[in-house]
Write a protein that binds this ligand. Structure first.
Ligand code: SF4
Length: 499
């Protein structure tokens, strides 16, 4: 498909004035999406496996965590705000155990960061209990909420709206008792637009769904005595599962004691693989496999491509910790310039406060990064980062390097300029917060006070993924949105307020 909506300018770009407010991580990077995990394993320590699975996916969301398990008759759900390790303890996991379960870590995209929006979402309707966990962001939430009769403040997240639509179907079609959730999914899924990798459980089965564009990853693994679904492959590794395959875009799998069955509930013309390219650049763990390729290796290759495209004479190549380091290694390898560490990251810092002023933001950067003066003083540096979104962190970091005695600072970015907001599950901020939406690269170089600046070209970046023809979303880089975007969309669409 690859279409764009009528809300674009003649080049297919969204009109800036019509884009909505969103907030960014305080380090200026986009907020991650969410992590989902599911296990079907009668006789296994299901709740503990779910705990380990979402622990491995903690990087995808740190706002809330939850697990829902089934003992074959009833579901139990525990969820709360905070990190996985702070939400669950051994006593709680023992009480949760069952034959199958799902887990979730959340970063808010539609719906604010609040307990009421934490997941899994639970429903008990027409003899069916089910729980649902979602990674992604629906683009037709308002329309769906209206259909579900939820615009009067009843629902506050797109996941809640999905659960309500499934409940409505179950209430209105109470006859198919055995496979009723599967029937409800088959009826409701085609109405959803946007990004959704889902896991669900009812009393007897586990379900996994990937939207027809496959914006967010979802993979299937085999466990001795069970099956596992996870956003990323490291969550399979941590529970000792063997990777089977990635779910296809548009695929639904149902897992019970007989094994895995697969179906495709979406119209064939909607199926158009568009994995988020930023999963490769920044979001996914380096030890993840996507499109059959290791993410760390792809990031190293992005650095090699960058060195070939934008060489510069210098004494040291360094990466911005942690995610800029693989590309810096690649840059050093291809250029022959030594690789070294010039910035040390405080490993024990989580999310910090959103600093209200530029000065406080600079201090927040110093809380996270400290220069290694021995590597920097008197040297010409090539500093590699994976992306520049808002630019304030990068600017403060460059100033820090200069104060530590750097002779020259050449900035190299292993992705193209980030010019357009994401509506498919990454919290990138509104267009006027995106540095490259307001400035050309030479103006950005001046703003950052660097001696030179270069971004990796899109074609080279796709080659570095190792799967350039597999189908990617690149909307935040080129403004071509694969799924239509309503102009009013923002994360508080159901709450009547713009954050
Ligand atoms: S717009 Fe960018 S961040 Fe969002 S899904 Fe597409 S590539 Fe990923």
């Amino acid at each position: 498909m690859g279409g764009v909506s009528a809300d674009h300018d003649p080049e297919g770009h969204l009109r800036p004035a019509e884009l909505s407010e969103r907030d960014l991580h305080d380090d200026g990077r986009p907020g991650e999406a969410c992590g989902v995990f599911a296990v079907h394993g009668p006789g296994l320590a299901v709740a503990h496996l779910c705990y380990l699975g979402i622990f491995a996916l903690q990087h995808r969301g740190q706002e809330s965590a939850g697990i829902a398990t089934s003992d074959g008759r009833h579901l139990t759900v525990v969820k709360d705000m905070g990190l996985v390790s702070s939400v669950f303890d051994p006593r709680m996991l023992a009480a949760l155990d069952g034959q199958m379960g799902i887990g979730h870590t959340r970063y808010s995209t539609t719906g604010s960061s609040a307990w009421k929006n934490s997941q899994p979402v639970f429903r008990d309707v027409a003899h069916t209990q089910f729980a649902l966990a979602h990674n992604g962001n629906l683009t037709n939430t308002s329309e769906l909420a209206e259909e579900a009769g939820m615009l009067d403040g009843m629902a506050t997240s797109d996941t809640d709206v999905m659960a309500e639509l499934l409940s409505l179907h179950l209430r209105n079609n109470p006859r198919c008792v055995d496979h009723e959730l599967e029937g409800a999914l088959t009826a409701v899924l085609p109405q959803l637009r946007g990004a959704f990798s889902l896991v669900l459980t009812d009393a007897h089965r586990i379900y996994g769904v990937r939207d027809p564009n496959g914006f967010r990853p979802l993979c299937l693994g085999h466990l001795d005595g069970g099956w596992v679904l996870a956003s990323e492959t490291p969550a399979l590794d941590i529970v000792g599962a063997t990777f089977e395959r990635e779910l296809e875009p548009g695929e639904m799998v149902v897992i019970d004691q007989h094994g895995v069955t697969s179906s495709f509930p979406f119209a064939a013309e909607r199926v158009d693989p568009r994995l988020c390219v930023f999963e490769f650049v920044y979001f996914a763990r380096p030890d993840s496999q996507l499109y059959g390729r290791n993410v760390h290796a792809a990031r190293v290759d992005m650095g090699e491509q960058l060195a070939e495209q934008a060489p510069v004479d210098a004494d040291l190549v360094m990466g911005v910790p942690e995610s800029g380091i693989p590309a810096a290694e690649g840059f050093a390898r291809r250029s022959g310039i030594p690789f070294g560490h010039g910035l040390i990251k405080n490993r024990y810092i989580g999310r910090t406060f959103i600093a209200p002023t530029q000065e406080l933001r600079a201090m927040a950067v110093r809380m996270k990064l400290n220069p290694l003066r021995e590597s920097i003083t008197g040297r010409r540096l090539i500093v590699v980062d994976d992306s520049i979104v808002r630019g304030t962190t990068t600017r403060a970091m460059v100033q820090m390097l200069r104060e530590a005695g750097a002779k020259e600072v050449h900035m190299r970015v292993s992705s193209p300029p980030y010019r357009w907001p994401c509506f498919y599950g990454m919290d990138t901020g509104s267009r006027d917060e995106l540095l490259a939406a307001r400035m050309e690269p030479d103006e950005i170089a001046e703003f950052l006070a660097v001696d030179s600046l270069a971004y990796l070209e899109l074609d080279r970046m796709l080659v570095a993924t190792g799967a350039p023809d597999s189908g990617f979303c690149t909307a935040c880089l080129d403004g071509v949105y694969p799924v239509e975007i309503p102009v009013t969309l923002n994360k508080s669409v159901l709450e009547g307020a713009v954050r």
